[in-house]
Structures are given as structure tokens and as C-alpha cells.
Ligand binder design. Structure first.
Ligand SMILES: [Zn+2]
Length: 127
């Protein structure tokens, strides 16, 4: 193991507080949030279980980067909206598109600063 990698090798977390692995050396059951999402999972109730640390010169100044890891054994399937939730969402979105003056679905979310559809606003009805 190279010296740079050894610097971040701390599976017991005695140096960094939580188990820490160099880039590409974390155990297979530990995934980043992005990896969990790609697998259709979410962390569930668990907090961060471990981290990957690596030295990077990207994003300007050189520094140590950290990626947090979650244990796939505690992960849960991604939440899927229930039909009732989807219906409520659709209603809320429809309300945001419906002009209170002409009562039409404008087909777009009404600009908050107008509070009406663009037609009503340019017609000066609201003024
Ligand atoms: Zn209108």
C-alpha cells in the first residue's frame, strides 16, 4: 500500500472518528449516496457509516476530499409515492397553474409576483 493510501487507511475509525478508507478500498457493502440511489435504494434510518478520503487537486486548491458511505445492509428501497400522494401532488400543481381571475388552467405555473395568468395581467384585470 502506498504511503498516500495508508494515510487514509483507518477501518477502525481510531484516527478519523469513523471507519475511513482510501479511494477504491472501501468494503463492497459500503456505498455512497449516489451508488445507493443508482441501485434504487436510500440509506433508511442509518447515519453515515464510514467515509472515503482521498487527496485531490480538483476544484481549485489541493485538499482532502471526503465521500460518506452507507451500509447497503441497512438500506431500504426508495420511497415510491402512493396513488393518494400522487393525486394530491397533481391537485397542488393544478392549483398553481389555475388563474384565480379567469379560472382557466394557464398551462404553466402562475408567476408568484403576478398571482394571475399572463393574459389577465396584460389585460390589466388584476390592477
Ligand atoms: Zn387569467
Amino acid at each position: 500500500m502506498s504511503r498516500i493510501r495508508a494515510r487514509f487507511w483507518d477501518p477502525a475509525g481510531s484516527k478519523y472518528g469513523i471507519p475511513t478508507y482510501p479511494w477504491r478500498m472501501a468494503p463492497a457493502h459500503l456505498l455512497t449516496m449516489r451508488q445507493l440511489t443508482a441501485a434504487g435504494l436510500r440509506p433508511g434510518g442509518q447515519g453515515v457509516q464510514a467515509q472515503i478520503m482521498w487527496a485531490s487537486t480538483r476544484h481549485g486548491a489541493p485538499g482532502v476530499r471526503v465521500a460518506y458511505l452507507y451500509d447497503i445492509r441497512f438500506a431500504l428501497p426508495k420511497r415510491v409515492a402512493t396513488p393518494a400522494q400522487r393525486e394530491a401532488l397533481a391537485k397542488a400543481n393544478a392549483a398553481r397553474r389555475t388563474c384565480p381571475i379567469c379560472r382557466r388552467d394557464a398551462g404553466y405555473v402562475l408567476p408568484r409576483h403576478l398571482g394571475t395568468c399572463l393574459d389577465c395581467d396584460s389585460a390589466g384585470v388584476a390592477a
